[in-house]
Design a protein around this ligand. Sequence first.
Ligand code: UD1
Length: 316
Amino acid sequence: MRYAVTGGAGFIGSNTVDEIVRRGHSVVVLDDLSGGKEENLAEVRNKITFIKGSITDIEIVRKAFHEADYVLHLAARTSVPRSVKDPIETSRVNIDGTLNVLVAARDARVKRVVFAASSSAYGETAELPKTEAMQPSPISPYGVSKFVGELYAQVFGRCYGLENVSLRYFNVFGPRQDPGSPYSGVLSRFITCFLDGAQPVVYGDGEQSRDFTYVENVVQANLLACEAPGASGKVFNIGTGARITLNQTLRLLEQITGKSIAAKYDPPREGDIRDSQADIALGRSILGYDPRVAFEEGLRRTCDWYRAHHKPSPAA
Ligand code: UD1
């Protein structure tokens, strides 16, 4: 099979590409390296085709999808606060870019597009866990952009017969998540603070909770979603089904690293949701999704990875 992966040099994308290569398939990566890094593909570099370019340029997207069977669309601006600061840029990449991906996938007659959607589409729901039957109600420009991507994917199914699956990822973490910006995923920030002996910053009281999902589980979901019968046109939660507060993650990191570091508590961030937890029954039954790596095990593996790969910041 031939896969095309947008955002394939990024955190989730490169982990997915590794698995595709391990399974012996061919893969074209399209990435503009705005968030991704070529070094994420170092181990597979001579086994893949890499195209440097943005999903906002439809001609390069067409080139990347030539003769592809499956498109995994993971390229995006991924940060909630960044979208609050610059909603136009988030929309340009996440909405206009997704539209380019869908048009190019339709014209290349690919078998299916799998779209990296987001649990942020739900916004604040009164009930937990969140099920796909709940009405989405995003509370950030990022959440809007990801929800619009799903709607577009489904409409391309209806209007043009393009098979599509949207996966609402819940707070993915693991090796290669870039901790280097204030917009980075919280666990990448916390873990590298512990390793550097720096003070982690918590936005709010730390009692907000997330269904943190180890990247290997998400890679499994991505590949199942390409081929699962009966999945097209549907949206699936991809999480673990549990949730944990930021304060709890800090206590766990103290245990794992053997260090005790008091966090600094700053005001909450705009656009932040309070609690997030996935109901994953639908994905289990239709995709055969089974998150085998539990949170704590994933956290340990991630700490090990940063220990081996993270260079302490000079300030630490
Ligand atoms: C994350 C993802 C987003 C994804 C969504 C749902 C990232 C960067 N964002 O958004 O792409 O679609 O989950 O799966 O991966 N926080 C701190 N200190 C920090 C950083 C963050 O306290 O240094 C707090 C935030 O205010 C928030 C929580 O940690 O309450 C999680 O933040 P973040 O990791 O940015 O993820 P989400 O905003 O949940």
